[in-house]
Design a binder for this molecule. Structure first.
Ligand code: NOJ
Length: 602
């Protein structure tokens, strides 16, 4: 499967192309884009709907920071409910909620103490059911986060597990003796493995005199996936939420499910001068080869996918989707996450290769986009530039002077590339990374351990900026994280009333992705491939005109000349940034600083 990409020729697909094209013509003729009217489902429409995720626009919500409905300063499910019309208007197909399960909140929900309930801070199961129903009414699907690598240390499985060595749950977690342990001496940790959140990954437990393994916080013990009971438990959990109508899951930290059974030490990373690299927590940097991306994860994913696919019965119509948190070193590793046609795994493992290049390097973007177009077979890419674990786009790509223009460029790559697109709440209004300035204000524990080198992730989790009211309309109480000063101008209310805002740009790109058949499903081919200042590509699908896109990665005006094999050079503008002129032909496209041009080839 990987390596061969068949061209889309099926009859059903051509019908869908024509239908989309007609919808797009109707939209273009009507001036302001309007959402397409729902039509009665036909056989083709049903088939398309089952594959909704292939061109999906997915919006990540960090529930704690989205909308507070009860004045406690923390966002909640009912708050999300209040904002569904906003999401509908923006054009999203699905929302991914980061965890809302009961949790001691050491890792703000990624330490789950009950997988089949809702944390009272976020609401109730009834609120959840209502949210799913209200979202579905607006054709928005709900995707849950699912954390299978570890639980909270307050989960009943771990409480049992640590209670005695003979407890039936002992083997649900990873317990090992210390090195050189004696009756009186606990010995050293079993090996040199470290937590991603600083220091040894082994925690001594005095009561049962063994160490347990935790890849993340001490309060997040890793589950033992060599134990079949753990598999069964998660199949039940997944079923519990699927029956409540969720449309899929984002599997957290999935590549760290397994560790080397021989407990071999990890290698120490050295710099060019041969010195050990030291991380933000003051520990030597390890190569991560014994605790990440081990092959055991694939059978688990096949099992989880098969479990999920069982729910695509007539009683539960519509394909559910598995999204993976898959930070991987290259496309060859990423493609493995899709599985094979007879043993499928994720439909949408995140491609972090493109979005986390973290500098505006045309050649790097071209190479990575080309990889995802040509090296994942018939699978669907899922591009992502931003999430709750990384500084926002401004901090990773901005130059301080043209941040919004750069955000337009990146949004264009996200939505005008083939496949599904995932973005993070607030990207659409250009929310800025706003880290704490004093250690005593830090909420995310890694910011305390790593201060000042690692300030934690509070800066990218600040409350959504809705309007000009106090606390940006997020809460009537005291917000759990301060509202950034930029909220006074970067907010939904102001941006929605400005036709040239970043919000309006997002909305137009999303509508184009949903309604223009070429943008919805055309292949991607890189153009003008020697250019180091402008990234250009074309989208093509049988039965519809090609679309070309050029984005200027520099603060200087640029001119490009493109040629589309088998087509003339006449082009009509679909969308462009204000500084870029309407070209008479593909021979001369002028782009302003960080300008964007999107045109349809005649
Ligand atoms: C990845 C999540 O996105 C992050 O927020 C969390 O801290 C770790 N996994 C551990 O669950």
């Amino acid at each position: 499967m990987p390596g061969t990409k068949s061209s889309p020729k099926s009859f059903a697909r051509s019908i869908a192309v024509v239908a989309l094209f007609l919808a797009f013509v109707a939209l273009s003729a009507g001036g302001q884009p309007q959402p397409a009217k729902p039509t009665a489902p036909s056989a083709t429409a049903t088939a398309d709907r089952r594959d909704w995720w292939k061109n999906a626009v997915i919006y990540e919500i960090y529930p704690r920071s989205f909308q507070d409905s009860n004045g406690d300063g923390i966002g909640d499910l009912n708050g999300i409910d209040e904002r569904l019309d906003y999401l509908k208007d923006l054009g999203v197909d699905a929302i991914w909620l980061s965890p809302v399960y009961p949790s001691p909140l050491v890792d703000f929900g990624y330490d789950i103490s009950d997988y089949e309930a809702i944390d009272p801070k976020y609401g109730t199961l009834a609120d959840f059911d209502r949210l799913v129903a209200q979202a579905n009414k607006r054709h928005i699907r709900v995707i849950m986060d699912m954390v299978m690598n570890h639980t909270s240390d307050k989960h009943k499985w771990f409480i049992e597990s640590r209670s005695s060595r003979s407890n039936p749950y002992r083997d649900w977690f990873v317990w090992r003796d210390g090195k050189g342990e004696t009756a009186t001496n606990k010995g050293a940790p079993p090996n040199n493995w470290q937590s991603y959140f600083g220091h040894s990954a082994w925690q001594w437990d005095e009561k049962t005199r063994q160490y347990y393994y935790h890849k993340f916080y001490i309060q997040q013990p890793d589950l033992n996936w060599d134990n079949p009971k753990v598999h069964d438990a998660f199949k039940d959990v997944v079923g519990f939420w699927l029956k409540r109508g969720v449309s899929g899951f984002r599997f957290d930290a999935i590549t760290t499910l397994y560790e080397d059974p021989h407990l071999t030490d990890e290698g120490i990373v050295k710099d060019e001068d041969g010195n050990r690299k030291i991380n933000a927590y003051g520990d030597p940097q390890l190569d991560d080869t014994k605790t990440n991306n081990l092959p055991g994860v694939h059978p688990v994913m096949q099992e989880m996918r098969a479990t999920m696919d069982k729910f695509n019965s007539p009683a539960f119509p519509g394909t559910r989707v598995l999204i993976g948190e898959t930070y991987l070193p290259n496309i060859g590793e990423l493609v493995k996450q899709y599985g094979t046609p007879d043993k499928p795994e994720f439909q949408l493992p995140m491609d972090t290769q493109v979005g986390f290049i973290n500098k505006l390097d045309v050649a790097a973007f071209r190479a990575k986009l080309n990889d995802v177009e040509t090296k994942i077979g018939d699978n669907t890419p899922l591009l992502v530039f931003d999430n709750h674990d990384n500084p926002r786009i401004d901090a990773r790509y901005g130059d301080g002077m043209h941040n919004v223009d750069i955000e337009r460029v990146l949004a264009t790559i996200l939505f005008l590339s083939r496949g599904a697109a995932l973005f993070y709440y607030g990207d659409e209004i250009g929310m800025k990374t706003t880290p704490p300035t004093r250690k005593e204000d830090v909420k995310d524990p890694i910011g305390v351990t790593g201060w000042p080198k690692e300030k934690g992730r509070d800066g990218e989790r600040t409350p959504m900026q809705w309007d000009v009211r106090p606390n940006a309309g997020f809460t009537k109480g005291i917000p759990w994280l301060p509202i950034p000063p930029s909220a006074a101008k970067d907010n939904v209310e102001i941006e929605k009333s400005n036709a040239n805002s970043l919000f309006a740009w997002y909305q137009r790109l999303i509508r184009m992705k949903k309604t223009n058949p070429t943008v919805a499903q055309g292949d991607n081919t890189m153009l003008d491939t020697a250019n180091t200042k402008v990234l250009s590509w074309m989208r093509q699908t049988p039965g519809a005109p090609a679309v070309v896109v050029s984005v200027n990665f520099t603060a200087d005006p640029q001119t490009v000349s493109l040629s589309v094999p088998g087509a003339g050079s006449k082009v009509t503008t679909l969308l462009k940034t204000p500084g870029s002129a309407d070209p008479a032909s593909l021979d001369k496209i002028n782009l302003g600083p960080f300008g964007v041009y999107i045109g349809q080839v005649q």
